[in-house]
Design a protein. Structure first.
Length: 796
DNA sequence: ACACCTCGAGTTCC
DNA sequence: CTCGAGGTGT
């Protein structure tokens, strides 16, 4: 390293120290972290590296020389007889193999092997709890003092608060304990206690906690122990400090076992491991379990198990050479908001999305994060230019957790939902009581047309392979396709021409003979895929149309009960409402869709292009009892004509004609209250009321006539059972399992409730399995499912 | 009227 | 996967 770099290094070191000091102050003294742990660790490591490369820059008061900042006033200071350690950290590196990714752990292990001249040494391994480190002092078996770690040398006396933590024993159990014993461990808040606390705080309009770690730290720093007592804190022991007047076992793992006997909680995940392979296996095992643990952890800790080995390894400055913290990739990161944009969905819903400066979060680069809706943006007060903390919720979907207000640049403005659609310029409107703003442009809006097309072609809908985002963009932008029906009119030449124009627009690609052939092959495949999609099923087609509120499940219900598209598209809302899971909203949506001229045209065009359904059938016989006069009267919605009166009239007069023929006098004789009778008479007197009623009556009779007389419906094996699938099945795809279960009459639901008949759990089953166990719902494994399918499918 | 249960819709990245 | 909201049963 040449001298000429020293001035730069000096400036940087000073800058880092200043930043680290400030972060320490926020983290330890104010309990209000301003930067994420990873940022902090990275800065500290950079400073350490600088000081190592330029020893002349190291100062006695550098943050690398201690663990944290000075304790704040309010609590008495406690000097630790034996300093509380800090550990070196190992992070995952870039690489393809475990050896590469865990280089730092490998070096740690190799150093021990070499120094001790031992192969595959034994380690005590444990999860690294994310809480607050404390030390507990017991004299003659009695808890006398508890302190926070502070800077490692001196902490705060929080005895009174720690006494309120039930996990901490006030007297040691068993026997054989030393006269003086210091036990070190972590005070944490369990996730469920954290959730419960925030839930309560929200209801009472009080301040919520940012995370469980803050919950633990903040609670211990309460000056009034009665407040601490109300927070549910937990404690796990993981080390000992001063020991006098007694002996401990010779290894760390045995000491932990001993502590457990003396009454201290020790994490059940604590284990021993041999050599590097053992350490890495443990890291993976805990990593997989991480989300299911009752508390937050940010890694695992490896400690050389035998104390003699530890003594030989010794320390480098403050950190032991016989232990290391192996950290998981950060799940939270800070980044900046570069823009807040609006995305228009298939239904016109306008969703704000934060465009972020790229960051690595839990192993992937995140550049976008949904902000859900305008309310959410207002709640978080996210602004363009803000520094925010992002997290991958449920390990997948990035979300903005909160803004760091201290780092907000000057002259920012609160974000507001624009008044008009950024794509088509139509007004954005919000329905009363709805969270979402919607583009009012309908199919005028190119964004909605594009989303509708992608939905139409989706795997679970018409299943046209090769219709992706880029392709749909071109199809719509160049005007080749306006509605899904246009897809079926496209020719090979259309595709090739369109591709040429698209390539031209997105940056030119030189036209070669070979590329010409590739393009032709691509277009041929697409035409073939479109052609193949014409052979479909009725539920897929109904789902593909993108009718509001009609998902896969409702589409299946419609097909199962009504049998054919011809019937479905002619049924008025009143009739649709008798179907299970179809209420007034959904019924109106379906009937409304098919009533629109434009939609009728599209459906007709699709049918004309040759779409056929392999599964059209007759309406279900089960409709027979449900389609009666009551359905029509319900539709009329006459004032004072409640369910009771409706039922009465339906039973007595059975049809609309008979009801009209009988007249008001007979209605009253039959038992109808006179007020209801008067209202009904008035209603029916108007032709504009009567006409839709007659039409619905006709539709109903048409439907009844279409129901086959002989009921051949065999009782399905799993009729009425609700099944939930979770995890990965080895021999079946989830879709296939679902299909086969439904073929046997079962309903396959997405979430577990007490109505669930049984849950089928595959590999790596998650929260649904926990829920099932909680509710006492039977859990089947894959073998049981296969046996069930074999048993019943064989018979069918 | 209220609470519970499903379903629909939207979202990210590889 | 999560949230919101429609549907249904108490």
């Amino acid at each position: 390293m040449s001298q000429s770099h020293a001035p730069d290094a000096r400036t940087r070191a000073a800058e880092l120290r200043e930043k680290i000091e400030r972060a320490n102050h926020c983290y330890y003294v104010l309990d209000e972290p301003e930067i994420t742990d990873l940022d902090y660790d990275l800065m500290l490591r950079e400073l350490e590296a600088l000081e190592q490369a330029h020893p002349e820059l190291a100062t006695p008061d550098s943050p690398t020389r201690r663990v944290g900042a000075k304790a704040k006033g309010g609590f008495a200071e406690v000097r630790h007889a034996i300093p509380m350690l800090s550990l070196n950290n190992a992070f995952e590196q870039e690489g393809d193999t475990d050896r590469e990714r865990f280089r730092e752990v490998a070096e740690f292990e190799r150093r021990i092997e070499q120094t001790l001249d031992r192969r595959t040494p034994v380690f005590s391994v444990e999860p690294k709890l994310d809480g607050l480190a404390i030390s507990l002092r017991y004299e003659d078996g009695v808890f006398v003092q508890g302190a926070t770690r502070g800077d490692g040398e001196t902490g705060e006396d929080v005895t009174a608060n720690l006494r309120t933590v039930r996990a901490i024993p006030l007297h040691l159990r068993g026997e054989g304990w030393p006269r003086v014993l210091e036990v070190r461990g972590e005070v944490i808040m369990l996730r469920k206690d954290f959730e419960a606390f925030n839930e309560r705080a929200r209801i009472h309009g009080e301040k919520t906690l940012a995370n469980p770690r803050n919950g633990a730290a903040g609670s211990l720093r309460q000056l009034d122990p009665s407040i601490t007592a109300k927070r549910k804190l937990s404690f796990f022991a993981y080390a000992v400090g001063e020991v006098r007047g007694g002996e401990l076992p010779l290894t760390h793992s045995k000491t932990l076992a001993q502590l457990r006997e003396w009454g201290f909680p020790v994490s059940p995940e604590v284990d021993t491991a041999r050599g590097l392979d053992g350490l890495i296996a443990y890291y993976h095992r805990i990593g997989e379990k991480r989300d299911r643990l009752p508390y937050d952890i940010d890694g695992v800790v490896y400690k050389l198990d035998d104390y003699e080995g530890q003594r030989v390894m010794g320390f480098v400055s403050r950190a032991p050479r016989w232990a290391i913290a192996h950290k998981f990739p950060a799940q939270e990161q800070t980044t900046t908001v570069e823009a807040i944009e609006i995305q228009i969905g298939r239904t016109g819903a306008a969703t704000p999305v934060a465009r972020l400066a790229p960051v690595q979060v839990a192993g992937v680069t995140v550049t976008n994060a949904t902000l859900h809706n305008a309310d959410q943006v207002a709640r978080l007060d996210v602004r363009v230019g803000d520094t925010v903390i992002v997290r991958r919720a449920g390990d997948v979907i990035p979300e903005v957790v909160r803004v760091i207000p201290e780092q907000r640049p000057a002259h920012t403005h609160p974000w507001h939902m624009p008044s008009h659609c950024p794509v088509c310029g139509s007004a954005l409107l919000r329905e009363e009581g709805e969270a979402a703003w919607r583009c009012s442009g309908g199919l005028i809006c190119a964004a909605q047309r594009k989303e509708a097309l992608i939905h139409f072609a989706a795997r679970r809908a018409m299943d046209i392979e090769g219709i992706g985002e880029r392709f749909v963009d071109a199809l719509v932008d160049f005007g080749y396709v306006h509605t899904p029906a246009d897809l079926y009119k496209l020719t090979l030449d259309d595709f090739l021409e369109m591709k040429r124009r698209a390539d031209e627009r997105d940056g030119t690609t030189p036209e070669t003979v070979k590329q010409g052939k590739v393009a032709t092959k691509w277009a041929e495949n697409l035409i073939e895929a479109i052609e193949a999609s014409k052979q479909t099923t009725l539920p897929r087609f109904l789902f593909a149309l993108g009718i509001m509120h009609i998902g896969e499940s409702t589409a299946k219900t419609l097909a199962a009960w009504l049998g054919s598209l011809a019937v479905i598209r002619r049924m008025p809302a009143a009739v649709l409402r008798v179907l299970p899971d179809v209420g007034s909203e959904v019924a109106a949506s379906i009937a409304g869709f098919f009533a629109q001229k434009g939609n009728q045209k599209v459906v007709d065009a699709l049918l004309a292009s040759g779409i056929t359904f392999s599964d059209e059938t007759h309406p279900s016989p089960k409709l027979r009892q449900q389609l009666d006069l009551a359905v029509l009267l319900d539709m009329a919605g006459v004032n004072k004509l409640g369910p009771k009166s409706t039922k009465l009239l339906a039973e007595r007069f059975t049809t609309l004609d008979k009801l009209l023929a009988a007249g008001p006098a007979h209605w009253v004789t039959a038992g109808l209250p006179s007020a209801a009778s008067t209202n009904l008479e008035g209603f029916l007197a108007h032709e504009k009321n009567l006409k839709p009623l007659r039409e619905a009556d006709e539709a109903m009779r048409e439907l009844l006539a279409a129901i086959p007389q002989a009921s051949t419906a065999a009782e399905a094996a799993l009729d009425g059972q609700t099944v939930v699938l979770t995890g990965t099945l080895a021999s079946l795809s989830r879709d296939e399992a679902k299909e086969r279960l439904e073929a046997l009459g079962a309903k396959v639901a997405g979430s577990v409730s007490k109505k669930t008949s049984f849950v089928v759990a595959g590999e790596a089953a998650g929260s649904k399995l926990d829920k099932a166990q909680e509710l006492g719902v039977p859990v089947w494994d894959e073998a049981q499912l296969l046996a069930l399918l074999a048993r019943h499918e064989g018979g069918a």
